[in-house]
Design a binder for this molecule. Structure first.
Ligand SMILES: Cc1ncc(COP(=O)(O)O)c(C=O)c1O
Length: 439
């Protein structure tokens, strides 16, 4: 199929400049390993794991087979008052890889749903414990937590909120983000400066009263707003303040989960365990939509124990724990394990760091930052056209056979964890030469 055979009119595309896309479409037709094939037959090296999803590489046979087998065996099972073994088996497998303390799993279909589910769990928990006034959430500027009304309320991306601003959740405060080029430019791994920014939570507590705050939600590493890496000591400080005031800490690990940082989860990498964790994307290698919330047992117990007989938590999705998603997730976890992909990401981190930082000095580049197999390469914006330079870089890279992701004027790189060093070199070489040619 190429662009002349398909009409582009009917689909209202997500997070896309529909009009300009449809005048110059970029169509992908197939994928394998580290590469997409475009509809016009070109090989496209994947520098973005699709959209932070495909950690084990594309179209892996064991995952495809597991999905096909499950589709033939049992396509769907109702998840309310019913169950199927794979959903329970997967929950056990997930708990076994989680940091100690997180041991209950609730399935969703996406990161957005996982976030809204976690927010509801926090409210339900405090209600169950007799503290219904703990209803306030604290998010962070430049946070991305998906597109549900809960997620955009605690999120901190203005463009995602503007058109809906009259209907945000009412009780939300935002911490400052931690990105500061003046202090931390070209940092390798966690920047040294900025742990004190967590103290803004103390200010919110002082202003609002600890007894009004249900939860704080942050991405341990923000991805969608330009790869913002937590300063050394910052997450530890947030954890300590939450503990001091009985506030739940939620880590949104939709992109950091499943090996992206060279460990199972950011919580493991940083040694800071939240009370609730949201995941999606890499849980099925992107092959079937799935998300989840991981909770401390105490949260589950409190909600269940406070309830009379019958349903304890009035929340769930038709496709929670869908059989095809569970089959895909189990096969994905097998692959992560058998190929040691999280350790592989860790072992490649230094090479990746050196390769990405070699772009320092390239035209337009004002910052490079990295952790695990993620890098943010920030460009100077064009005057009066924020994001335009990065977007042109994205389209030119695609023409040159490289898929990158851009957000604002930052290029976010996050290749599948199977990436080879030669492919890392190729990414940097294409990117460097494209940047040289972009005005
Ligand atoms: C940190 C984070 N949370 C939530 C989401 C939303 O996930 P989804 O698009 O699956 O709803 C994303 C998506 O990129 C994300 O990066």
């Amino acid at each position: 199929m190429n662009t002349t055979e398909v009409s582009l009119d009917a689909q209202w595309m997500p997070f896309t400049a529909n009009r300009s896309y449809k005048s110059a479409p970029r169509l992908l037709a197939s994928a394998t390993g580290m590469y997409y094939t475009s509809a016009d037959g070109r090989q496209i090296l994947d520098g973005a794991a699709g959209l932070w999803c495909v950690n084990a590489g594309h179209c892996r046979e064991p995952i495809a087979q597991a999905i096909a087998r499950q589709a033939a065996e049992m396509d769907f099972a109702p998840p309310f008052q019913m169950g199927h073994p794979l959903a329970f088996e997967l929950a056990d497998r997930l708990v076994a890889m989680l940091p100690d303390g997180l041991d209950r799993v609730f399935y969703t279909n996406s990161g957005s749903e996982a976030v809204d589910t976690a927010l509801k769990m926090a409210l339900a928990y405090h209600c169950a414990r007799g503290e219904p006034h703990r209803a306030r959430f604290v998010g962070r500027q430049r946070g991305y937590h998906g597109v549900g009304f809960g997620g955009i309320s605690v999120g901190g991306i203005e463009t995602n909120r503007k058109a809906f601003s009259e209907q945000m959740l009412p009780l939300v405060d935002h911490l400052p983000h931690t990105h500061n080029i003046d202090e931390n430019s070209f940092s390798r791994g966690q920047p040294e400066w900025g742990a004190h920014l967590a103290d803004a939570l103390e200010v919110v507590v002082a202003e609002r009263g600890a007894g009004t705050i249900a939860a704080v939600i942050v991405e341990p590493v923000s991805g969608s707003t330009g790869v913002l890496i937590p300063p050394q000591g910052y997450l530890e400080r947030l954890r300590a303040i939450c503990d001091e005031h009985g506030i739940l800490l939620i880590f949104d690990e939709v992109i950091t989960g499943f090996g992206r940082l060279g460990a199972s989860f950011a919580a493991a990498r940083f040694g800071v365990v939240p009370d609730l964790m949201t995941v999606a994307k890499g849980i099925t290698n992107g092959a079937v939509p799935m998300g989840a919330v991981f909770a401390r047992r105490g949260i589950y117990d409190a909600v269940c124990d406070a309830s009379g007989p019958g349903v304890e938590f009035f929340h769930g999705y038709t496709y929670s724990g869908h059989p095809l998603a569970c089959a895909a997730a189990l096969a994905t976890l097998d692959l992560y394990e058998s190929e040691g992909l999280f350790a592989r990401a860790a072992s490649l981190e230094r090479y990746w760091e050196d390769a990405t930082h070699a772009l320092c000095g390239t035209r337009h580049v004002v910052d490079v930052r990295n952790i695990g197999l993620v890098a943010g390469i920030e460009l100077a914006p064009r005057r009066n056209a924020v994001g335009a330079r990065a977007f042109e870089t994205f389209t030119r890279c695609f023409e040159r056979g490289l898929l990158i992701r851009v957000t604002g004027d930052t290029i976010a790189l996050s290749p599948p964890l199977i990436v080879e060093t030669g492919q890392i070199d190729e990414m940097m070489s294409v990117l460097g030469s494209v940047l040289d040619g972009v005005g």
